[in-house]
Unconditional design. Structure first.
Length: 238
C-alpha cells in the first residue's frame, strides 16, 4: 500500500517531520510518500494562504506520476479536501476530521489546540462542515506561529501544553487533538501535562486511510464527489 501524505505549506523540514510521524504509525507494508507543494506559502495561517494551499495540494497530487492507494491531506482547516475527492478514485483523509473523529471514540468531548487565534474560525468551520463540532469542547489557540514549532520548539511545546491543560480543566475536554500538522511528535509531552489521551491528526489520518484501503472503500461518486464535468479552462494550468 502506498499513501501520499501532502503537506499544505512549502516548508520542506515540516514535510519531513510530518512524513516521519506518518511512517511511525504506518503498518508493515505501507509506504509513506511525503509531498511538498511546488508553490504556496511557507506556512498556512489564514484564509488567503489556505485557499492557495488547496490549489497547490490538488496540483501536487495530480502531478504525482506513480500509482498510490490513498491521500492524507496534512493541514488543519480548509485546504480543498473536497476537490481532491472529486479528482481521485482513492480515499482522501483530512487530518482535521481524522483527529476529531478518532477523539470521539475516546471521550465525550474533545478540544483542539492549534497555533494562532486567527486559525480558530477556520478549524471550527471545518469541524462544523464535517458534522464534528457538537462534540468539540473548544478550539484553543496557543499563540504559537506555525514556523515557531521549528524555530523555538521548547517555548512552543510549553505554550501548547499549557492550553491543552486549560482545555481539560476549564472546558471539560476529555481528549486533546493537536491542531497543526507540524505538531507531530508532541503527544507524550501534552499527555503528560493533561492526563488525557492526545490525538495527532497525521497519525490518525494514516491509520484511517489504511483501514479504508483494506476494506476496499473509497469516496462515493454518486453525487457530491462525482468527477468534474469535462470542460475547457482558460489559462489553466498556468
Amino acid at each position: 500500500m502506498r499513501i501520499l501524505v501532502v503537506n499544505v505549506n512549502t516548508t520542506e523540514t515540516m514535510t519531513a517531520s510530518i512524513g516521519a510521524q506518518a511512517a511511525g504509525v504506518a503498518a508493515p507494508g505501507t509506504e509513506i510518500v511525503p509531498l511538498t507543494p511546488v508553490f504556496g506559502a511557507e506556512s498556512v495561517e489564514g484564509n488567503y494562504e489556505s485557499y492557495l494551499a488547496a490549489i497547490a495540494v490538488m496540483e501536487t497530487v495530480r502531478a504525482y506520476p506513480d500509482p498510490y492507494d490513498a491521500v492524507v491531506q496534512a493541514g488543519y482547516g480548509e485546504h480543498g479536501r473536497e476537490g481532491l475527492q472529486e479528482l481521485l478514485d482513492v480515499p482522501v483523509v483530512d487530518i482535521t476530521e481524522a483527529a476529531a473523529s478518532t477523539a470521539m471514540f475516546l471521550g465525550h468531548k474533545y478540544s483542539v489546540v492549534t497555533t494562532l487565534d486567527r486559525a480558530v474560525p477556520l478549524i471550527e468551520d471545518r469541524l462544523k462542515l464535517a458534522g464534528l463540532l457538537d462534540r468539540c469542547a473548544s478550539v484553543r489557540a496557543s499563540g504559537v506561529a506555525v514556523l515557531d514549532l521549528e524555530h523555538d520548539p521548547q517555548a512552543a511545546v510549553e505554550a501548547i501544553a499549557r492550553e491543552a491543560a486549560r482545555a481539560v480543566e476549564d472546558d471539560h475536554a476529555e481528549v486533546v487533538c493537536l491542531g497543526c500538522g507540524g505538531m507531530a511528535g508532541l503527544i507524550e509531552r501534552v499527555a503528560e501535562r493533561t492526563g488525557a489521551p492526545v490525538v495527532d491528526g497525521v497519525a490518525a489520518a494514516v491509520t484511517i486511510a489504511e483501514s479504508l484501503v483494506r476494506l476496499g472503500l473509497s469516496t462515493s461518486k454518486v453525487r457530491t464527489y462525482a468527477p468534474p464535468r469535462p470542460k475547457s479552462f482558460k489559462s489553466w494550468p498556468p
